[in-house]
Design a binder for this molecule. Structure first.
Ligand SMILES: [Fe+2]
Ligand SMILES: [Fe+2]
Length: 333
């Protein structure tokens, strides 16, 4: 829609004439639940952190390294690629909002690292996420689809699979700790991310369904086939990734159930039938406990999370505009 050379006049976005109410509802939802990582007091978790053994510390650090890579992909490539296929100007605005929040998500793991990890550990985590085979596999597959403009619907499928399925091998860890009442501030950040992803997955899935329903039965069948094969490929890779992350802590089977459950949810966002037999009842109750404290607020139409602290906002004064003389302004304070 917004690519190529301009034909005719440029059009101002009019929020008083919205073609798709879902764009406006999503905009309101996302702006209402806006948050920043810097407002969550992660350092309150240092006591819990120090009680973890090395294997569990390794797990937490590397799970967040993986999530950083995926949120980087969403912020740098994902939303820009979906924006090229937007059908309404309001959809572009919503995707702009999502793109910024993906940058907040990606940054928030660094906030966690800077609180819990040493500089040496942080470097090791980033070296790992920039090179680990199974993590790179999924990232590259999604990246390539984002840059394949021939198939707009495959881009949307990729985005929903990434956000509603592939993130969850990582989200398991903080939810598991939250279910045990540990690392609750770290988990608060993750709950805020999950709440965003829930809206993103629903919204992109909804836009997918509009276009999918316009395809012929043959085209639909073909795309469906591709979608289930792609999901299964990603699942196989995810099984390897999960073993790599979780075998030492003995949590692998619990994580695999959880990711199959979320794979079904991704298909649901796309209006498709589940692929795996796993349901919410099969997921470990400790994780569901973590999710349920989070899902008090993470459903589509809900409010800002419990633990999130709004900053104390100070009214601006004239000297706030004296950008060049910060030291002068503050030296007497
Ligand atoms: Fe994200
Ligand atoms: Fe997202």
């Amino acid at each position: 829609m917004l690519t190529g050379k301009l034909k005719g006049n440029y059009k101002a976005i009019n929020w008083n004439r919205v073609d798709d109410d879902v764009d406006e509802a999503t905009w309101h939802k996302l702006t209402e639940q806006f948050w920043l990582d810097t407002r969550v007091p992660v350092s309150n978790d240092l006591k819990d952190w120090r009680e973890l053994d090395d294997d569990h510390k390794w797990l937490v650090g590397h799970v967040f390294g993986g999530l950083t890579l995926l949120d980087t992909l969403q912020s740098q490539d994902g939303m820009a690629s979906l924006r090229a296929d937007a059908h309404t100007q309001h959809e572009v605005a919503v995707l702009n909002n999502i793109q910024f929040m993906e940058s907040v998500h990606a940054k928030s793991y660094s906030t966690i690292f800077s609180t819990l990890n040493t500089p040496k550990e942080i470097n090791e985590i980033f070296d790992w996420s920039d090179s680990e085979e199974f993590l790179q596999n999924k990232t590259k597959r999604i990246y390539n689809l984002y840059h394949n403009d021939e198939h707009p619907l495959k881009k949307k499928i990729s985005s929903v699979f990434l956000e509603t399925f592939l993130f969850y091998s990582g989200f398991f860890t903080p939810l598991w700790y939250l279910g045990h009442n540990k690392l609750t501030n770290v988990a608060e950040i993750i709950k805020l991310i999950i709440r965003d992803e829930s809206v993103h997955g629903t919204y992109v899935g909804y836009k997918f369904q509009i276009q999918f329903n316009q395809l012929s039965p043959n085209e639909q069948a073909e795309l469906k086939d591709w979608m289930y094969n792609f999901l299964y490929d990603l699942y196989e890779n995810e099984v390897n990734y999960t073993h790599l992350l979780y075998d030492k802590t003995g949590l692998t089977d619990k994580v695999l159930t959880f990711i199959r459950y979320n794979a079904n949810k991704a298909l649901m966002n796309l209006g498709q039938d589940p692929m795996f037999p796993d349901t919410a009842e099969d997921v470990n109750p400790v994780v569901m406990n973590g999710i349920s404290t989070s899902t008090v607020n993470h459903d589509f139409f809900s409010e800002v999370g419990n633990g999130y602290r709004l900053g104390n906002v100070e009214a601006m004064s004239d000297d706030d505009y004296l950008f060049g003389s910060w030291e002068d302004k503050h030296k007497n304070k």
